[in-house]
Design a protein around this ligand. Structure first.
Ligand code: N01
Length: 556
């Protein structure tokens, strides 16, 4: 564990107004936004390139599941007019190219330090300053710290016995080799059938001599219906981009273009309901499907109709009915785990070179020298193993940093029972540290870039407010934090989300506290609420000056 003593001497030392952890979509926008306020900022990025999730996740078929015209920055009208997306859904290389374009266009690179992992962050309550330390021993002193380290940035390889002895090669979806991997002629095993597994499986199946998919939990997946960008549609979209962004901001997922549902699934006859699901299925995309009726995510009976429609699609697509039943999810309502989008996923199981193994009834026992053995004693000879086993989501990246204060607060201890934040933006006991799309934020349940922009704008406005008020310290109160966490959980409990063992609840990490982490009340509601709190002089926060006692009512 890194020690947090922070010697001030070292290879290098730097002073900033704002230190940013992470050089992905959030970190880059934070540079842009805060620098425009005249602040000195710098982002520290562990990767050897910018882009965060889109830098690391280079597995075959990696593609965003939100349409490109939505999944892009909105802060620059010129940027959104100029950029041309080649397809309906951006591939990982296209999105990374876009991020690099943004970095060059807004001259962001000069304030990003690559190949640098922040290992500790210490807040000195007397000096009112953060000191961050990098893995090479560099120290950074900053008045504010913005954690933009991502939610799905700590890849998780299960602790399988014998992995070290495996003679073949193994990979994790989130740590994919830059040179790519050629599976031609190989016997490949893919472990995991979340979004990453579901995207890569059809492509690996076309390359490999044989593919064995180890599925512990079946996931719902809908057809993406990806296609080259319809240029006429793009022209129309761009003609009213600003209005479309505003309309998107008024929706729970921050995604526009879908008529808000008006009826319960139970208010319509079965034939009409199935017609509606069929239309959505043909249209492609997850939001469209979940928007079919008002209550798919809150009423189990309604959800059952939408879930069963997809199960029947799987049964109709997959020829072997035993495989089809294994692939048809029955342990969670549709949409309560991240709903996957695919291209030919279920069809892939009709190939002669693909086999599905039920790792639920017969779990993986160990990796062997030549493959894998199940607890039931089945052996699988493999040349390559791909772990599509997900991430230590939402808290992993922050827990990897030793965050503490000279007053004795330690973030890992504060979060021992599950993450506590106020608005997902700040943690009580850790002044001047902001989080972008962290636990308690709606981020992962929305078009992520919209949430990133909203959070960073909120943070920038907050810092601006402090400056103009001649204040330099802000901290969430313990009560506001408790109230927010309770609200996040109450909202989740009013939905079907807690019925799924998902990474939203930390359920994919053995021993991780089961706490529902994202705010599922909707982007629109969150935006209004967080902005109202700012307008009320930052209700639930204590604002103060460096040496003076905190002044809670330091309104402008
Ligand atoms: O990870 P996951 P992911 N033995 O956690 C299985 C985003 N994303 O990388 O469900 C056997 O969803 C595990 O099984 P179970 C998106 O938000 C977006 O696919 O725990 N299996 C599960 O099947 C997404 O939700 C995009 O029983 C084991 C799988 O591994 C998030 O990233 C694309 C196992 C992990 O699924 C994470 O997706 C990709 C074990 N010991 C990702 N341990 C798009 O935009 C774990 N598993 C499209």
């Amino acid at each position: 564990m890194p020690d947090a003593s922070h010697p001030s001497s070292g290879p290098a030392s730097r002073r900033l107004d704002v230190a940013i952890v992470g050089g992905g979509l959030a970190g880059l926008y934070a540079i842009h936004r805060l620098r425009r306020m005249g602040l000195t900022v710098r982002a520290y990025e562990a990767g050897s390139g910018i882009g965060g999730t889109w830098f690391w996740n280079r597995y075959p078929g990696a593609r965003c599941d939100v349409e490109s015209l939505e999944y892009s920055y909105s802060f620059s009208e010129e940027l959104q007019q100029d950029w041309q997306w080649p397809e309906r859904y951006g591939t990982q290389p296209e999105i990374l190219k876009y991020i690099n374009h943004v970095a060059d266009r807004f001259d962001l690179r000069r304030d990003v330090q690559l190949d640098t992992r922040i290992v500790s962050a210490l807040f000195d309550v007397e000096a009112n300053d953060w000191t961050l330390r990098t893995d090479s021993g560099e120290t950074i002193h900053a008045h504010y710290c913005v954690m933009a380290a991502g939610n799905l940035s700590t890849p998780r390889v299960p602790d399988f016995k014998g992995l070290k002895s495996f003679k073949g090669k193994w990979y994790h979806s989130g740590l994919w080799p830059h040179e790519g991997v050629d599976f031609t002629g190989l016997r490949v095993g893919v472990i995991g059938t979340g979004s990453s597994g579901i995207q890569m499986i059809p492509i690996i199946a076309r390359q490999a001599k044989h593919l064995t998919v180890f599925q512990r939990t079946a996931n719902f997946s809908l057809p993406a219906r990806n296609a080259p960008m319809d240029r006429e549609r793009e022209r129309r979209h761009k003609a009213e981009y600003a209005a479309r962004r505003a309309a998107a901001a008024d929706t729970p997922f921050a995604i526009g273009g879908h008529a808000k549902p008006t009826r319960s699934a139970l208010d319509v006859a079965e034939t009409e309901r199935n017609r509606s699901y069929e239309a959505k299925w043909q249209e492609g995309g997850s939001i469209s499907y979940l928007y079919a009726y008002t209550d798919l995510l809150v009423n189990k009976q309604s959800n059952d109709t939408a879930s069963e429609f997809v199960r029947n699609k799987i049964r109709a697509t997959v020829e072997d009915q035993r495989t089809a039943e294994l692939l048809a999810p029955k342990d969670h309502p549709i949409g309560t785990k991240r709903l996957c989008l695919d291209t030919d996923y279920y069809e892939t199981y009709n190939r002669d070179n693909v086999a599905l193994v039920d790792a639920r009834t017969d779990p993986i026992a160990e990796i062997t020298v030549t493959g894998l053995r199940s607890r039931g004693g089945r052996t699988f000879e493999l040349d390559a193993i791909v772990f599509a086993t997900g991430f230590d989501a939402m808290t992993g990246a922050l827990r990897e940093i030793d965050v503490r204060t000279t007053a004795g607060a330690v973030l890992r201890e504060h979060w021992a029972g599950g993450p506590l934040t106020y608005l997902g933006l700040m943690v009580s006991g850790f002044p001047n540290m902001f989080i972008v799309t962290g636990p308690g934020s709606p981020g992962v349940k929305t078009q992520m870039i919209a949430s990133i922009e909203q959070h960073v704008d909120w943070i920038a406005n907050c810092i601006d407010h402090l400056r103009r008020s001649k204040l330099d310290r802000i901290e969430a109160t313990p009560q506001a934090e408790l109230d927010w966490v309770k609200h996040v959980n109450d909202v989740a409990d009013s939905t079907l989300y807690p019925l799924a063992n998902s990474w939203y609840m930390g359920a994919n990490i053995p021993g991780k506290p089961r706490v529902f982490m994202p705010y599922v009340g909707g982007y629109d509601r969150y935006k209004r609420h967080s902005e109202a709190i700012a307008a009320k002089g930052y209700e639930g926060f204590v604002l103060g000056r460096r040496t003076a006692a905190p002044v809670a009512d330091a309104a402008e």
